[in-house]
Design a binder for this molecule. Structure first.
Ligand code: FMN
Length: 393
């Protein structure tokens, strides 16, 4: 105990922890392994530590990895420190509402659960566990093409609509089947991911896989296909199409009446092109620092995208959101809602459905404190007046 206290006070003063976020994370890593129940997690970093202690190294590496040296992954989170909040006082915030609706999909919280492939690698309940939590917490969810469970099973567990994240594949007939099945199952939008045309270099995943001594052949045999592709001839089919261009929006619109959301936009040029191409929404995203090694946090890309879109379609942002105050900053900078990725997967890995629910509760509570503490009663009341960009001051 004395040693632990000494270690913690050393860390609190150490120059190693130049940012509050890094210190909170380091403190959580020492505490996380002691969490025995989801309800004990004080913040999402404690959930991360609890997941790290239980999820096999190769699977945790898959979850944790960014690309190259993880600079973009880290930038996603630390870039939030560039922005500060301007709170307003003596506003009656006894009544408040943090619910949001994006293209008809309602969420009691201003955040969505992002598509994460292979959730079965973190907990045996996989995406159904996530959907159960989303149902209990009335939270919007986007299901990955690469999910461990079928879209039908997940919608059934969610007991309500979700969006389907689409990898376009390099054979249109396969893409058509994915879209039709999602629509038939009850998905209410297609989120087309466009940030991975050329593979990626997930070095942390590779390094952590080396530490895993288990025999993985049974699960990773080449003959196993993801449930999204069951019954489809996948011979020679790749997940993404390097030749994809903006006309994909029109092609998809010819296949389905569902709204098409483009996930992976980071520039004003592409935001304008998305609107021109007929997209119904965009997600500002760099795939959680797992695609192009740009070195730029998505929150720093958000303002130019918001400016170019100019209110014509909704803008969701994801990447590095770990606190309710991060959500507040994103909404102040013009996001309609935000996406949460790894934090809910940490909850799932550590405690299954209960862990996901706890992560939702933590972020919801932190957001409510920030929102009300800033004098805002609705998301619409949160605006640029609430934020300072310290690099422009
Ligand atoms: C393990 C993992 C798997 C992911 N799988 C997908 C996927 O299948 N499709 C997709 O569009 N995005 C995928 N993403 C990206 C997320 O949807 C989201 O953009 C990102 O996780 C947000 O950043 P955050 O994890 O820092 O919150 C994945 C992310 C992680 C961490």
């Amino acid at each position: 105990m004395t040693n632990r206290r000494a270690f913690l006070s050393f860390m609190a003063t150490s120059p190693l922890f130049t940012s509050g976020a890094a210190l909170a994370q380091a403190l959580a890593e020492t505490a996380g392994s002691t969490i025995k129940d989801a309800s004990e997690a004080l913040n999402v970093f404690e959930m991360e530590a609890a997941a790290r202690a239980i999820v096999p190294p190769a699977h945790f590496g898959y979850l944790a990895s960014g690309v190259d040296n993880n600079a973009t992954l880290q930038a996603n989170h630390t870039a939030y420190e560039r922005y500060q909040i301007r709170p307003r006082r003596l506003v009656d915030v006894s009544d408040f509402d943090m619910s949001t609706e994006v293209l008809g999909l309602r969420s009691a919280n201003p955040f969505f659960l992002c598509p994460i492939g292979s959730c079965g690698a973190f907990h045996f309940t996989g995406e159904v566990g996530v959907a159960n939590a989303a149902r209990e917490k009335d939270t919007a969810m986007i299901l990955s093409t690469q999910a461990s469970q079928s879209v039908e099973a997940v919608i059934d567990a969610r007991n309500g609509p979700i969006w389907f994240q689409l990898y376009s594949t390099n054979r249109w007939s396969v893409t058509q089947q994915l879209v039709r099945r999602a629509e038939r199952a009850g998905c209410t939008a297609i989120a087309l991911t466009v940030d991975l045309p050329a593979g990626r270099n997930t070095e942390t995943a590779a390094l952590m896989a080396r530490q895993d001594t288990r025999n993985c052949d049974a699960c990773h045999s080449p003959s196993r296909v993801k449930p999204s592709f069951e019954g489809i001839d996948m011979n020679g089919v790749g997940l993404v199409d390097a030749a994809l261009t903006w006309n994909v929006v029109e092609r998809l619109k010819n296949e389905t009446s569902l709204p098409i959301v483009i996930k992976g936009i980071e520039t004003r040029e592409d935001a304008a092109l998305a609107v021109e191409a007929g997209a119904d929404g965009v997600v500002v995203s760099n795939h959680g620092g797992r695609a192009t090694p740009t070195g730029r946090g998505t929150i720093e890309a958000l303002p130019e995208v918001v400016e170019a879109i100019n209110g014509r379609i909704p803008v969701v942002v994801d990447g590095g959101i770990r606190r309710g105050s991060d959500i507040f900053k994103a909404i102040a900078l013009g996001a309609t809602a935000v996406g949460i990725g790894r934090p809910y997967a940490w909850g799932l890995g550590a405690f299954g459905q209960a862990g996901v629910e706890r992560v939702i509760d933590i972020l919801r509570r932190e957001f409510a404190i920030t929102m009300r503490g800033s004098g805002a009663r609705t998301l619409a009341e949160i605006g640029l007046n609430h934020i300072i960009d310290t690099e422009k001051r």
